[in-house]
Design a protein around this ligand. Structure first.
Ligand SMILES: Nc1ncnc2c1ncn2[C@@H]1O[C@H](COP(=O)(O)OP(=O)(O)OP(=O)(O)O)[C@@H](O)[C@H]1O
Ligand SMILES: [Mg+2]
Length: 405
């Protein structure tokens, strides 16, 4: 089984997927812009070969160079788990006639308006939305949709340039802040709780499923620096509160023609119980979500994903043992971390349930919390009981404080 895997070393978790592929017996042909000499030593044994390209995001160039590189060799899969690479992988598959999702199918996972149109066409509930290119188109769409609404880039990530807009005056402010965005989505604002629906699929059917709750919703977490964002995987997927969301998730996979691999969907649950589709990608969630899912079941999804996409099998147990919570911390002050308060007391009280503590240590420069959800480090903990997990996560959010100067 020869597998071309795009971007095998960056973002860093891609190294784990490369390892997983090698562990299930694939010969991995990596393509990335990291210089060969700078590839981590731990990654090299898992790569059969590596092509360094000058610009990994230059789609045409990557397709041309990989085509040249593979001349005379046959490959069985072309895969990518990084959002910005999934279309390139599909283009390469089409060019070589390799099984897997087509460019058209993958566009349904990349283009937020097309995605919603396809999901809507299947009779599923999405926010009312329109694709807009100019200020006047946005004003006209806003008049049809009504306030409050959301304007955001069609191919956004990390809630960048995403605005909740409550009035015509606020719309004007959002429009001037978004001038660099070429194509946007103007949509009905859905208020409610926000969850993920994650899968590893084989032929569009989930071999593994997960739901996690965002506390608070990502847009809120991204607007206020003092918040410590929390994400908790839910142990009990069968509880009444989640049934409709899980059903929606499975139907969305069908509507978009999902094939093999990871999916990461976001959905809302309104106070009246109605569930609404948010967005979906045909790749794993970021910000350690795969680690959280692994801690939920004590499994290795990096490897099981590889088994699913290479051999059509999923062999890990899917029994959910824990709710796994990750708490991202943001330091007070700018510059370098100077001290951490409350950590010792927190660990004394809850240390038995903590599986990772990766807060930045004094002396380390702060990360930009607007650019990366992982902020100034995290605590990851787990417990079989949801309420206990929630309470410990809240304690980590409120009782542990990093300072920077
Ligand atoms: N129609 C909507 N109603 C309410 N909230 C919304 C809506 N669309 C987006 N949001 C909020 O904005 C956040 C970011 O939007 P979305 O997930 O579409 O973009 P994104 O930038 O790709 O997200 P990310 O990469 O962080 O997952 C959502 O998680 C949600 O909190
Ligand atoms: Mg999102």
């Amino acid at each position: 089984m020869k597998v071309v895997f795009l971007a095998p070393s960056y973002p860093p978790e891609m190294q784990q997927y490369t390892r997983g592929l090698a562990e299930v017996g694939a010969e991995v042909y990596g393509v990335g812009d990291t210089p060969r000499a700078s590839l981590p030593a731990s990654l090299k044994p898992h790569l059969a070969d590596y092509l360094q390209v000058p610009r990994i995001l230059d789609d045409d160039d990557v397709v041309a160079r990989v085509t040249e590189w593979l001349r005379g060799r046959s490959v069985d899969r072309v895969l990518a788990n990084w959002e910005v690479m999934v279309l390139t992988a599909a283009r390469l598959r089409e060019r070589f006639g390799i099984p897997g999702m087509s460019v058209d199918t993958v566009r349904g996972f990349r283009d937020k308006q097309l995605m919603k149109e396809r999901v809507r066409l299947a009779g599923l509930r999405t926010p009312h939305s329109e694709r807009v290119r100019t200020a006047s188109e946005t004003r006209a769409a806003a008049a049809r949709i009504g306030y409050p609404l959301i304007v955001k880039p069609i191919s956004g990530a990390g809630s960048a340039d995403t605005y909740k807009v409550q009035s015509a005056a606020e719309l004007e402010r959002a429009l001037s802040a978004m001038q660099h965005v070429e194509v946007a989505s103007c949509e009905e604002y859905i208020s409610g709780e926000e969850f993920t629906f994650d899968t590893v699929c084989i032929g569009g059917k989930p071999a593994f499923m997960n739901v996690a709750q965002y506390l608070p919703p990502p847009l809120v977490a991204r607007s206020e620096e003092w918040i410590s964002p929390i994400i908790i995987t839910v142990r009990d997927l069968l509880q009444p509160k989640l049934v409709a969301g899980v059903a929606l998730g499975k139907q969305v996979l069908g509507a978009l023609g999902m094939g093999d691999g990871f999916t990461h969907m976001e959905w809302f649950r309104k106070p009246d119980g109605e569930v609404v589709f948010g967005e979906i990608g045909c790749r794993p969630g970021g910000a350690h979500l795969v680690d959280q899912m692994n801690y939920t079941c004590d499994i290795d999804l990096f490897r099981e994903w590889a088994r699913a996409v290479c051999w059509g099998k999923f062999e890990a147990p899917t029994t959910r043992k824990y709710n796994a919570a990750i708490i991202f911390k943001r330091a007070r002050g700018q510059g370098r971390i100077t001290r951490i308060e409350g950590l010792r007391a927190f660990m004394r009280a809850y240390g038995d349930h903590v599986v990772e503590e990766r807060l930045l240590r004094p002396g380390t420069p702060r990360r930009n919390w607007k650019h990366t959800l992982i902020s100034d480090g995290h605590i990851l903990l787990r417990h079989p009981d949801w309420q206990k997990t929630y309470e410990m996560a809240q304690a980590a959010a409120t009782e542990v404080t990093l300072y920077a100067e």
